[in-house]
Design a protein around this ligand. Sequence first.
Ligand code: MSP
Length: 511
Amino acid sequence: MKQDNFYITTPIYYPSGQPHMGHAYSSIIADVFARFKRNDNSSVFFLTGTDEHGLKIQKSAEKNNLEPQIYCDKISKVFNDLTKVLNLSNDDFIRTTENRHHLAVKDLWKKLLDSGDIYLSKYKGWYSVSDEAYYNLDEVVDKDGKKISTYSGSTVEWVEEDSFFFKLSAWQDKLLDFYNKNEKFILPISRRNEVINFVKSGLKDLSVSRTSFTWGIKVPNDDKHVIYVWLDALTNYLSALNYPNVQDKLYKNFWPASLHVIGKDILRFHAIYWPAFLMAADIKPPNRVFSHGWILSGDEKMSKSKGNILDPIEIINTYGVDQLRYYLMKEVSHGSDGSISLQSLKNCINSDLANNYGNLCQRVFSFVKNNCQNQITNTKALSESDTKLITDTKLLLKNLRENMNNQNLNDYIKSVINISFLTNKYINDEEPWKLKKTDTNRMSNTLHLALEQIAKISILLNPIIPNSTSKVLEALNIDKKSRNLSFLDEKNILEDKIKINNLNILFKKIE
Ligand code: MSP
């Protein structure tokens, strides 16, 4: 893969009910990284989609009295529609019921069979339908008369059936070696340690087919079995690049994936099974898996089964899509879990968007409109306070690219919003409304610098709040091609003589 090609994915979602904030969260994080990379001149392929096979989906379809395919068509569309509502910039939407995906899964299966990594036996053990996961005996406890997985808290059932197995145990040392050689394969580091400890404690062979239901991709030449839904689902990352056609441009340009964004509940699948499957099939593993924490409502994971869901669409209809995106990216620390509430959403919109960035844009644009007919010339004479603002800003810009490239969105946002804060303070201190009477050259320089700051902040916030920042950048007459991050390498964005357009209010303060 070329250095400047970047392939990023979200998890593919189970269409087993309506999408909720947890799904929106995974998708928005991935979208922010995708947009940042595009603005930083990479060629990006951003994938999302739906994971439509397995017992969980078969049961949901039965509950709704629909054929599984018809049920999936219906709910997958809801997830696809959500990509528009969330303003995701995905390049493709994959469904595991598509033919292109079936071809890829069957090919991968054959490779694993040919390499001797798959054998036929019998599975006896615990299975959770809601996680679509097998659990070891020591991972299951009794709770209120039910058997529960200690890993996820979901109920498990006893399963005994013929099954093909993947020789995961044979990959234990190779996986540890792989983690060792690729220090940033799993981020954040705390999660990496968790995975390494789990692998060190011993891996058992993994059951990779089921015989007690039919909704899935049939095992080639043995259609009593359907392929385990996780082996099926993970392969979506390959099928969207037209694997097994390895000569295909997409595959050549974008595999191995740069970044799989996932929730911490599905880390084992992505950080253990997935690289093991790929290595066994002689395919390069992805470069990185970034695992975010959960969105909590109070102290509990937000989930359908718990009935504590904040609906992203309702929030967007009431407050706006940029507002929700910003809130989720700013308030929920990415490695750990984070509680969300309407009150903290309102506080966040008011303090960062309305009072800080929005206010900065509004006050500068309306002053330039009312006092300078939207035209400003910079005479390039820097005052001490100009130099200070420029130096302080440079300092805050310094780590931004690295922050993003290490999925440290929290520090990134803090720095950018701090630049906005410093610029507001600069305006307060310089008082252009007074300079208008005493020194119009100085006033122009001050406003020019403020607009240059606004341009930078807007490009930096663009991946997070694309709609609002686009309005600002349009008002500054910065065309799409110029909205990139080359200024991080110390260039200015604006010409010395500029003409701007009016800007409408960006963020209403919420009472
Ligand atoms: N279908 C699998 C993923 C297969 S990827 C090859 C799956 N689907 S899911 O719909 O259950 O969840 C998808 C993602 O949404 C997971 O990464 C999960 O962590 C995330 N979220 C679901 N609820 C969540 C929260 N309450 N908080 C944050 N994210 C959570 O798993």
